[in-house]
Design a protein around this ligand. Structure first.
Ligand code: ATP
Length: 399
């Protein structure tokens, strides 16, 4: 076991949850479900528990909110031993969201979300306002959804309500047990992105369980990779887990494709990208031709057309792009793919290029203005160079 023996912290990080030699043996079971687990979960971060089925992830979650009691070991919440906190208080401080939402089927969406606020004795007006606020936050129109029952919602909508319910009492900590597990990939991605947006605002301490290493890499500030018998094999940032697996079992779980996964950790906003020539949309034919000629001379295949606010509009092929029988003629406009913004990753860029059979994507800043171009060759070079660098030249991370 690495790291989890001696919990690692960045200076200044406050520990919200401390698991200290936590062990759980279920009666009649030969081995422990969780064994001597020691782990610090920093305040305001998402820690993902990932690992094969039956390795003790759910048991650890249930130990944290005292749905079950440990055989031995301690759990501290914000410095307090949880066994000293009355259970009803603990439930208020810890929100719990589970697979398929775990909603009460006979209660309306509003009643489901209001569970904890009602427990807390809030008045009706405050509860109604909170329910509507949360529905908005998880992307459901309060007018349309507050009166429905779970059976009248899609799986994804149920999960959204489940997340809203877990957030309702404004808990310090959220435990999320495969909250997006039963969702198709497209909706799952949308939910993940929305949840990350919510988290960027709320800064909750979140423990998130998943089977899926890609989800772990995307959602986690840190990942605890569990092996059989409730042992943590590695507790690390996603970057380090992918770049430097602690042992063979970790490497096997991560599986093939670690290099590609690492692309999903590199945000385009923090990368230096080359800025090939542009031509303004308003430029007259002569200026266009001159720009094309200059670009072709320096070996460029395309020039980017930008509008008056420097937002990319289209590509313009240079003479260098012309290949007999295929490809556009010189001066021909080629439609632009959606440009990549600062929040997109190298993985998004590569995916975008592969799925649209393009060899480059335009890169824009947060206001949609042209920053540069990322080509297939540049991505390949970045992978092969084993290192990514930020715009200021400092090393971002290994790839
Ligand atoms: N109530 C219980 N009684 C007896 N054994 C249990 C109980 N709950 C879980 N276990 C066992 O404890 C071990 C850990 O289970 P747990 O549900 O924590 O794993 P998990 O990693 O969350 O699995 P999954 O990913 O499949 O949900 C398993 O071997 C399981 O069979």
């Amino acid at each position: 076991m690495t790291q989890s023996d001696t919990p690692q912290q960045t200076p200044g990080e406050r520990t919200m949850i401390r698991l200290d030699k936590l062990t759980k043996r279920y009666p009649g079971q030969p081995g422990a479900a969780v064994e001597e687990l020691t782990l610090d979960i920093p305040a305001g971060s998402i820690v993902v528990f990932v690992g094969p089925s039956g390795c003790g992830k759910t048991t650890t979650m249930k130990l944290i909110n005292r749905l079950i009691e440990p055989t031995s070991g301690r759990i501290h919440l914000d410095g307090q031993d949880v066994t000293r906190i009355p259970v009803h208080q603990l439930r208020r401080r810890i929100g719990y969201a589970i697979q398929q939402g775990g909603l009460f089927p006979h209660r309306t969406v509003a009643d489901n979300i209001a569970t904890v606020p009602k427990m807390l004795g809030w008045d009706r007006a405050r509860i109604t306002a909170r329910v509507d606020e949360l529905l908005e936050m998880v992307g459901l129109d309060p007018e349309a959804y507050r009166g429905r029952r779970p059976g009248q919602l899609s799986g994804g909508q149920q999960q959204r309500v489940g997340v809203a319910r877990a957030l309702a009492g404004d808990p310090q900590v959220m435990l999320m047990d495969e909250p997006f597990g039963a969702i198709d990939p497209l909706n799952r991605e949308a939910l993940q992105n929305e949840f990350l947006r919510i988290q960027a605002r709320l800064h909750k301490t979140i423990v998130f369980v998943t089977h899926d290493i890609d989800e772990a890499v995307k959602m986690g500030d840190r990942i605890a990779l569990f092996g059989d018998g409730g042992r943590v094999l590695q507790y690390d940032t996603p970057e380090r887990l992918l770049a430097d697996p602690a042992d063979r079992a970790v490497a096997e779980f991560i599986g093939a494709g670690a290099a590609v996964r690492r692309l999903s950790l590199a945000r385009i906003g923090s990368l230096a990208v080359p800025g090939p020539p542009v031509v303004e949309r308003a430029a007259d034919a002569q200026a266009r031709a001159a720009a094309l000629a200059r670009a072709a001379e320096s070996g460029e295949e395309y020039v980017l057309v930008v509008d008056e606010d420097r937002r990319p509009v289209a590509w313009l092929a240079t003479a260098g792009a012309r290949r007999p029988g295929e490809g556009p003629a010189a001066g021909e406009e080629v439609p632009l793919l959606t440009p990549m913004g600062p929040g997109h990753t190298l993985f998004d860029a590569l995916d975008h290029m592969l799925s649209s059979n393009a060899s480059a994507v335009a890169v824009v800043d947060g206001d949609g203005r042209y920053r540069g171009v990322l080509g297939m060759d540049a991505v390949r070079t970045l992978i092969n160079s084993q290192a990514l660098h930020t715009a200021d030249g400092s090393k971002l991370q290994e790839v």
